[in-house]
Design a protein around this ligand. Structure first.
Ligand SMILES: [Zn+2]
Length: 383
């Protein structure tokens, strides 16, 4: 990949991150070939940025064109968002002007000629279509193109109903302007932010945010697959913890201190209010330890994971002793306490129980070892 053919995107505010991830997810799902998918993570996710080839945008627009007979709004509707006319999330991203669908596709195809020029309040960098290409594009239908581009190039109520309207209720450093200057790239990416949110059974939607696109990519995909399982009653914090375990085991990677401290779940409720949930950094550090993750994966009991999340390590020891004591008195099967905590069928029976008790003891001693590396106040001091 040559430098001039790619753009580099750096993580920022959660809604920008969700926008980038949302687009990457659709691109991966619908446009990339099987061969491209195989190397996608390795080629695109770097230490602190993600690489996008400029021609992905043209290919993406062409995909929509061929698949849906130029019905852009239909394509996005199939992916969970409505972009045409006034609705809960967007007011008129694509208007009722029949030319708008074609204008939108032409606009995205021109992203093959993006360059970093002016500024942008959303991404902080600013990617705009090359002037010559942009002028040629406008000439095709000056009235429709000019209206569309001016509408989508500023972040305000007409662009994103939910976020923009919350600006009056929750003014902060990000929302304190009524209109944000939006580069061409962001004017497109930001429509994807809600496509990456995962819907929970109670209607709440979640997105896992972090200062690393790679971590976000992985954890959101994990959460999606976990919640797609039928009857999954896990709480978001359990899913987050399990995602970090999976990440640790599969990628064998240590999360940097900055990344580990800032993994959070953005929760969007049905009334469209938003809250954030994160695991304490010590917990993330513990789950990101390969030995601990391996043990937790072998043990595979929700109760034990809960103990870790709540920092109730002594209960792990209690459980191990309860198993050993039941084994010594041969009263395994009618032990209500154990039956209420141990649910995995692979942990049932004398032999498996003994194994489980051993693993719990090992886990407890590893936790104590790691705990020594934290200050009394809970601040991480050494590796
Ligand atoms: Zn931008």
């Amino acid at each position: 990949m040559e430098e001039k053919d790619v753009i580099k995107l750096y993580p920022g505010h959660w809604f920008y991150n969700a926008s980038v991830l949302g687009f990457l997810n659709l691109l991966y799902k619908d446009v990339l070939t099987e061969e491209e998918k195989m190397n996608f993570e390795k080629e695109h996710f770097k230490a602190n940025y993600v690489i996008l080839k400029k021609d992905y945008f043209r290919r993406f627009a062409e995909f929509i064109e061929t698949q849906k007979n130029r019905e852009v709004a239909e394509y996005y509707k199939d992916n969970g968002i409505i972009i045409r006319y006034k609705n809960d999330y967007f007011l008129n991203y694509i208007s009722n002007n029949p030319a708008d669908e074609g204008v939108f596709l032409e606009y995205i195809k021109s992203f093959e000629h993006l360059e970093k020029t002016l500024t942008c309040d959303i991404c902080g960098r600013g990617y705009y279509i090359e002037e010559k290409v942009f002028d040629n594009m406008i000439k095709k239908n000056p009235e429709a193109f000019e209206k569309f581009v001016s509408r989508v190039s500023k972040f305000e109520v007409s662009f994103d109903n939910m976020l923009a309207s919350s600006s009056n209720e929750f003014p902060n450093s990000f929302y304190n302007k009524t209109t944000l200057k939006t580069c061409h790239l962001c004017s497109f990416l930001t429509i994807h932010k809600y496509t990456i949110f995962i819907k929970l059974p109670d209607g709440t939607k979640i997105f896992v945010n972090s200062p690393s696109f790679k971590v976000m990519w992985y954890l959101n995909r994990f959460a999606k697959s976990a919640f797609e399982e039928e009857n999954n009653k896990s709480k978001p914090r359990e899913i987050l913890a399990m995602g970090i375990i999976e990440y640790t085991l599969k990628l064998k990677e240590t999360l940097g201190i900055w990344t580990g401290m800032n993994i959070e779940i953005v929760m969007m409720y049905q009334d469209r209010s938003i809250s954030f949930y994160s695991l304490p950094y010590e917990t993330v550090k513990i789950l990101n330890n390969y030995e601990i993750s391996s043990l937790l994966s072998t043990i595979n009991e929700r109760t034990v994971l809960e103990y870790i999340i709540r920092g109730e390590y002594s209960k792990i020891l209690d459980l191990a002793y309860a198993i050993l004591s039941a084994l010594s008195t041969d009263k395994l099967n009618d032990n209500k306490y154990l039956n209420s905590l141990i649910k995995n069928s692979r942990n049932k029976g004398k032999y498996n129980m003994l194994n489980l008790a051993n693993n719990l003891l090992k886990l407890f001693s590893l936790l104590k070892e790691i705990e020594k590396t934290f200050h009394k106040g809970g601040i991480y001091v050494k590796n």
